[in-house]
Ligand binder design. Structure first.
Ligand SMILES: Cc1ncc(COP(=O)(O)O)c(C=O)c1O
Length: 366
């Protein structure tokens, strides 16, 4: 008997895909390196023009005194929490129950640094000023993840953000930005990176999400903070002898994409509108506030995956390569708009959503 094709296999054979920038193959590195001069000197243990120039560039862009390149955001942010906790002598920070540190880092903050976390807000909404005001425990730092990825990339209003920032300053609480997707939120807020970062004492931005590099992160703040961060990076073994493959691809992709996030944001709103017109589908948020959102469907994961697979095969368009279970009756997946969306012809897009709507109507009647 012939093996059944998986959704991922079918997705990988489609001509067009709705989300992301490109396949995760090694072309990313090839494309950048073929443009570079082979005589360029590699960075060595955090020094050299390649790393120092990029750090200066990013510090300036974020409006901070100084910036440090890290191999990962996980390392950078745990270190930020450690620095602020030592400064205040309080080993407790606060953040959202679904933030990256809480659900994707295997308790790194507690096990490596002895730092506990107060969880603010609930799993369906972002942190508000009232949550911060209602805290009974003392903390050294409040971490805000903008956008809040696990709830579809929701954001507080800018006024709420300013109010939280003012409160933290008054109370001597350090405010840290998990801005893994910082560029992605600027069009909604209609602010520059510098304006948003001015509300925070320390900032992390990912080099591989919307920016589209291979891996890596920038951690920025004042010089006292980043000097400490450099020491902690060494302690963590994060000072790889050379990080240039990550840095040079980060820089090239940052330059190529930093002006494109307004376009991704508009496209995300357009795409979410199309989803919301389909039977049994809702997006969270209903209207995106960045380039991302979650698509929720009133069908069990396995049934929905069959539909996604048949759409790949019938239309040549990959909507998603997976679905996750919410409960016995519903499933969801995440969409992050990147370069690919603009490549899909308008008539193709319209016909894919007709097919999706039709298949969902039929499946909901089964
Ligand atoms: C919001 C957020 N913060 C932090 C991280 C950690 O980044 P890294 O994969 O570079 O460790 C991620 C990665 O997915 C993330 O989505």
């Amino acid at each position: 008997m012939e093996d059944q094709k998986t959704l991922l296999q079918a997705f990988n054979q489609t001509t067009y895909q709705l989300a992301g920038h490109s396949k995760r193959d090694i072309r990313q590195l090839q494309l950048v390196f073929q443009e570079l001069d082979g005589d360029l000197q590699a960075d060595v243990y955090g020094t050299g023009a390649v790393i120092e120039n990029f750090q200066h560039k990013m510090a300036k862009y974020l409006g901070k005194e100084s910036a440090v390149f890290f191999p990962s955001g996980t390392m950078a942010q745990q270190i930020a929490m450690r620095i602020w906790s030592e400064e205040k002598g309080i080993n407790r920070v606060a953040y959202h129950p679904l933030c990256h540190l809480e659900i994707h880092e295997e308790e790194g903050l507690r096990k490596l640094h002895g730092i506990d976390a107060v969880l603010l807000a609930d799993k369906h909404r972002v942190i508000a000023l009232d949550d911060v005001l209602g805290m009974t425990e003392e903390i050294s730092c409040l971490l805000l993840e903008l956008p809040q990825r696990e709830i579809g990339g929701q954001l507080p209003s800018y006024e709420e953000l300013q109010a939280i920032s003012r409160h933290c300053k008054e109370k001597g609480i350090r405010l840290h930005l998990d801005g893994a997707r910082l560029l992605e939120i600027l069009p909604y807020y209609q602010k520059t990176a510098e304006e948003v970062c001015a509300l925070f004492d320390s900032v992390y931005i990912s080099m591989y999400k919307g920016v589209g590099g291979i891996a890596g992160a920038i951690l920025a703040g004042d010089e006292t903070f980043t000097k400490e961060a450099v020491i902690w990076k060494r302690r963590h073994g994060g000072d790889l002898i050379s990080l240039y493959p990550y840095i040079l691809t980060a820089e090239a992709n940052f330059e190529a994409r930093k002006g494109k996030f307004g376009e991704y944001y508009e496209q995300a709103k357009d795409l979410a509108g199309r989803y919301n017109q389909c039977h049994g589908v809702t997006t969270i948020p209903a209207v995106p506030v960045s380039n991302m959102f979650h698509v929720h469907v009133r069908l069990p994961k396995e049934r929905f995956e069959q539909i996604l697979l048949s759409i790949c095969e019938e239309t040549g368009v990959g909507i998603s390569h997976y679905a996750r279970k919410v409960d016995e009756h519903s499933s969801y997946y995440e969409v992050s708009i990147g370069d690919r969306y603009a490549n899909v012809p308008a008539e193709k897009l319209a016909s894919v959503f007709q097919v999706l709507d039709q298949k969902l109507r039929e499946a909901c009647q089964e």
